[in-house]
Design a protein around this ligand. Structure first.
Ligand SMILES: *Cc1c(COP(=O)(O)O)cnc(C)c1O
Length: 389
């Protein structure tokens, strides 16, 4: 589905712009010129990993080249084999499940709740079979999925849970950090995420039984990490693996972002809260759905979305914003209806909530340094929209 054309107007307010806290280049200079270590696992990688371990409270945090690769590592760690089934929400990014399909898994798509847009825990149990090897959970927009119920079901069937927490860094469900519920979790530092270094990610390990093998898989199947810690006197090939280490140059950039944690999150919260307070009446009048944040969720302020009553109204609103130089974008198309999803038997009607979201959801510009004046323009443009169908 193409974004509707917006005429010749230049984009004045983008959907996303990568933002800086100020120290990114200072730290890159330090990595390159002073420390002279720009491959993986240098000074800044260690600082970022220790920060994630401390802040999130996980056994180990391993920086990776991106979230997709962290997901691939988790599929290797769980020994996913051809024919294994892996459950995931239908409303998510391709990488969540593709990392497992790469190992031969059969995806089992479960529809999402219509309020939080997270995996519908009431549909989970029916999707489990004797071949289910993993349950993937995504916290859409950084608002926690129903982890109490999901974890109870997973425990009953003894199936490991993996959190694709690309949206939810530093968010909480009932006071507990997202990324600490499953055996492991993955993060993204892609430039569209709250904290970014262009391309980057992390694998967070909660269940320490996976920690040593995770280091090996990340280091081309060698025990190089143990060698560097002086635990073995030479390093060698011990398992399968690949190369999932980011350069310390990127970690230096990411460290500057982590240092700005409080200001980044406060800024995003301010923008998010303003959208909500100034669009609530409009949404009520026009039967538009705004995000639902359960009282027990401390969210990450990653996405602000509106769900329009139908596809044509959504397309008209996209075109209307675009005519004013504002870029609003839709989000995930239902995985089960994608070309690849249909190969696994996906057909229309399987996941009705996701099918509606694919047609009706629109995300508004939200990035750390969106100015107050620009946000005013976005909100005014929405109030003035009259292309309802
Ligand atoms: C962004 C994103 C990814 C992929 O992240 P990369 O770092 O680009 O690989 C995976 N899952 C979700 C839910 C995402 O939003």
């Amino acid at each position: 589905m193409a974004q509707p054309a917006g005429g010749a107007n230049p984009i004045r307010i983008p959907f996303n712009r990568p933002c800086f806290t100020g120290n990114e280049l200072t730290y890159i200079n330090e990595a390159v010129l002073q420390r002279g270590h720009i491959s993986g696992d240098g000074h800044f990688t260690k600082q970022c990993s220790a920060f994630l371990e401390r802040e999130i409270g996980v056994h180990k945090a391993l920086l990776t080249t991106n979230c997709t690769h962290a997901l691939e590592m988790s599929a290797l760690l769980l020994n996913i084999q051809p024919g294994d089934e892996v459950i995931c929400p239908d409303f998510t990014f391709v990488s969540t499940i593709n990392a497992f399909v790469l190992r031969g898994a059969k995806p089992v798509f479960v529809d999402v709740r219509s309020d939080t847009l997270n995996l519908d825990e009431n549909l989970l149990e029916a999707a489990i079979t004797s071949r289910t090897r993993a349950i993937l959970v995504v916290h859409y927009g950084g608002i926690g999925a129903e982890m109490d119920t999901i974890m109870a079901i997973a425990a009953r069937y003894q199936i490991p849970v993996i959190e694709d927490n690309a949206h939810g860094l530093f968010a909480k469900y009932k006071g507990r950090n997202l990324g600490t519920f499953g055996v492991m979790a993955t993060q993204s530092f892609h430039e569209t995420k709250n904290f970014q270094c262009g391309e980057g990610g992390a694998l967070l390990i909660t269940d320490e039984r996976y920690a040593e093998r995770a280091e090996i898989i990340r280091e081309k199947g060698t025990n190089r990490s143990r060698f560097f810690r002086g635990q073995v006197d030479k390093y060698t090939w011990v398992d399968v693996g690949s190369s999932y280490l980011p350069s310390d140059v990127l970690a230096a950039f990411l460290w500057a972002q982590f240092e700005g944690k409080e200001s980044i999150q406060a800024r995003r919260q301010k923008i998010w809260d303003r959208y909500q307070s100034e669009l609530t009446d409009w949404a009520d009048q026009h039967d538009v759905q705004l995000p639902t944040v359960p009282a027990y969720c401390d969210q990450a302020y990653h996405v602000f979305y509106v769900v329009l009553p139908n596809l044509q109204s959504r397309q008209n609103l996209i075109a209307h914003l675009r005519s004013r130089g504002i870029l609003g974008v839709f989000h995930y198309l239902p995985l089960h209806l994608s070309d690849k999803g249909q190969e696994f038997g996906g057909k229309a009607g399987d996941c009705p909530v996701t099918e509606r979201l694919g047609e009706c959801l629109l995300r508004l510009p939200l990035f750390n340094d969106l100015t107050e004046a620009d946000q005013t323009d976005v909100i005014s443009a929405i109030h003035e929209f009259d292309g309802w169908v």
